[in-house]
Ligand binder design. Sequence first.
Ligand SMILES: O=C(O)c1ccccc1NCC(=O)[C@H](O)[C@H](O)COP(=O)(O)O
Length: 212
Amino acid sequence: MSTDTLIKICGLSTPETLSAAIGAGATHVGLVHFEPSPRHVSIEDAAHLRAMVSGSVKVVLLTVNADVQTTGKAIELVKPDIIQFHGNETPEWIALVREKTKIEAWKALGVKDAETLAKSARYQGAVDRLLFDAPAKALPGGNGETFRWDVLKDFDHRIPWGLAGGLTPDNVAEAIRETGTELVDTSSGVESAAGVKDVDKMSAFCKAAIEA
Ligand SMILES: O=C(O)c1ccccc1NCC(=O)[C@H](O)[C@H](O)COP(=O)(O)O
């Protein structure tokens, strides 16, 4: 039984579901600032939600290919613990943002095959964590699709990492066992409809991850 798996519930957009995620055992809560997403929150709403979170739970603000000014402004106003980049942001660009803002930075990568993992080494020194997700579809993330977890198993990880992509209460324990990940991230798998978080599913997800 693993009691220390880190659990990120992403795409929270209401005070009620944010509280429920934290009550269920999420160690990280994600706020998506990307207008095309059904989970999009404005910077003002993100700042309001962020202010509700205290203690050891970390707030992750997510952006997609935002420019430097927008990114800096968002960090300044929301004051997240972590900024997650979910577009085509380069290691150099992220290193610059990290240097200027002194904030922890994560980069999500869509995993097609083992080559994606090999190429991820270029982020070493630029990011604090990689998030291995399914490849982009209609949206860059939050599509509820899994990818081949077996490619992660024998990879020589040099950067702290986490697993995302199609994780649900039913498959998260298997995902942890198969990949050995220390962090799981879910969004659609704990929703009743696109962008609508389900309190019971979030509880079931956290319970399954904690007991895996
Ligand atoms: O969730 C979104 O709508 C989203 C939109 C654009 C970029 C990223 C997005 N989500 C990022 C996440 O961290 C999700 O939790 C991750 O992609 C897994 O999503 P899911 O497969 O739905 O569990």
